[in-house]
Design a protein around this ligand. Structure first.
Ligand code: BGN
Length: 286
């Protein structure tokens, strides 16, 4: 942290607002390079001394091109905001069924244990922020950042908090992270919304002109079939927030590798859907 700037990020935001009313950005337009990024995708150069330290958590399937695009974009964006940060990408070994909640929980724990971050931003791999002045920090309440997604022309429904969500460490602990038990597509974000509401944390949402994201197009992922049990599970999981999440993660997966790639930390894990659901059958069917 030799080069930390004696500024705070709110000042930087003011600068951005004054500098440039039109801060729409494309993928490659922000003027920073990757030379100061440390292995594992960490950046502690030229960032503000008193700003939050931010971990970006990206659960990943098999969309390498999107991952490369979003990671590069995030480095540019976060450096332009003078933030200290680390980018964490978690992936499940095939053959498996995708489990976004479990992947996000494992990446959160990895980031927390090595970085003690102030803010955790859970970020879909296909979303590109279109506004330079969309500040990547946490507020007092959980904050839904992707309030306008080009795929939906806004929000798909009012309670939607998927896409990009910022939680501080207290928020993540109070809701016990994400459910580990939703395999396949759908529902992990809705369960998180329910947890935030049930724990009375409140919620803020960035205004739609700032929280504007371009969705990169993609086919359906392999290993991510729609979870047909998701509505039923949404109801049963509600009673088990404290038993299903970070507190029950140990023993549900095997950590295969943590690799410091040039632009991100890659966390590779293995888990068996049948075993995970069997171990938690009281929750899933109770
Ligand atoms: C919803 C999904 C979300 C998904 C959004 C946007 C469900 C309900 C499960 C109880 N929710 O329909 O998970 O992020 O669409 O694609 O399926």
């Amino acid at each position: 942290m030799d080069n930390v700037l004696p500024c705070n990020v709110e000042d930087r935001l003011q600068e951005l607002l004054l500098d440039d009313e039109e801060t729409n950005i494309g993928n490659d337009e922000l003027p920073v390079t990757f030379k100061d990024v440390q292995p594992g995708g960490k950046y502690v150069q030229k960032c503000c001394a008193f700003a939050q330290k931010v971990a970006i958590i990206i659960p990943y399937g098999d969309r390498k091109e999107q991952l490369d695009t979003v990671v590069r974009h995030l480095h540019r964006l976060l450096q332009s905001q003078h933030l200290c940060y680390g980018i964490y990408v978690s992936e499940l070994a095939y053959p498996t069924v995708f489990n976004k909640g479990l992947l996000m929980n494992v990446a959160y724990l990895t980031a927390r244990d090595e970085g003690h971050y102030d803010c955790y931003i859970f970020h879909d791999v296909d979303l590109i922020s279109q506004k330079e002045r969309h500040l990547y920090i946490c507020g007092e309440k959980p904050n839904h950042m992707s309030s306008f997604n080009t795929k939906f022309g806004g929000l798909p429904y009012i309670k939607y908090i998927g896409g990009v969500l910022a939680l501080n460490d207290t928020h993540v602990r109070v809701v016990n992270g994400f459910s580990n038990l939703l395999f396949g597509w759908g529902g992990e974000d809705d369960v998180m919304e329910m947890r935030i509401a049930d724990k009375h944390l409140g919620l803020t949402r960035v205004s739609a002109d700032i929280g504007r994201y371009k969705a990169l197009p993609h086919d359906r992922d392999k290993g991510n079939p729609v979870n047909n049990d998701r509505y039923k599970m949404y109801r049963t999981l509600r009673k088990h927030t404290d038993q299903d999440g970070l507190t029950s993660l140990a023993g549900l997966y095997e950590l295969l590798k943590v690799e410091r790639r040039p632009l991100y930390t890659w966390i590779y894990i293995k888990c068996n859907k049948t075993e995970v659901l069997q171990k938690n059958k009281n929750i899933v069917f109770g």
